[in-house]
Design a protein around this ligand. Structure first.
Ligand code: GDP
Length: 138
């Protein structure tokens, strides 16, 4: 099992000013920041990142949303990073997320759900490499 995962603080949470609180919760939960940057994805970049969801009915909405404002992208490190981070962020739909999870606290809907978290070690590597070169990872 790998010890790294990839996350984004999505445009909804950035616009509402939750970035500091979310990063604090991530650090307090024992994750170390390996790489971090703020950027505004173009629709082409968001489309490429979410290409795996191309056939899903919400793909267009997802790409539009993820390119609607600034995001923070980060690689995180901790033992069992992927599964522990998925537990920390909670269910995709915030109304179904456990109390105290990041999505329960800061997300408003299944689409605008505050944070991304990789769903496998393999995807964590691919997603991290989409945003960061080896030289940018510490
Ligand atoms: P995740 O792994 O928990 O992020 O969930 P998924 O891999 O199933 O979906 C990826 C992302 O697509 C989610 O985090 C949401 O931002 C978005 N998404 C999922 N389902 C829906 C939906 O029904 N409508 C919209 N607009 N977006 C969705």
């Amino acid at each position: 099992m790998s010890n790294r995962t990839f996350t984004m603080i999505k445009p909804d949470a950035m616009k509402k000013g939750y970035a500091g609180k979310i990063l604090d919760q991530i650090l307090q939960s024992g994750f170390r920041i390996v790489a971090l940057k703020q950027l505004h994805l173009s629709t082409a970049q968001a489309g490429a990142f979410y290409a795996v969801h191309k056939e899903r009915p919400f793909y267009g909405e997802l790409v539009e949303f993820m390119s609607s404002g600034v995001i923070i992208a980060a690689i995180l490190e901790k033992e069992n990073a992927v599964s522990d981070f998925r537990k920390l962020i909670g269910a995709t739909d915030p109304s179904k997320a456990d109390e105290g999870t990041i999505r329960k606290l800061y997300a408003s809907s299944v689409g605008e759900n505050a944070v991304h978290g990789s769903d496998s070690d393999e995807n964590a590597l691919i997603e991290g490499a989409f945003f960061f070169s080896g030289l940018e990872q510490y």
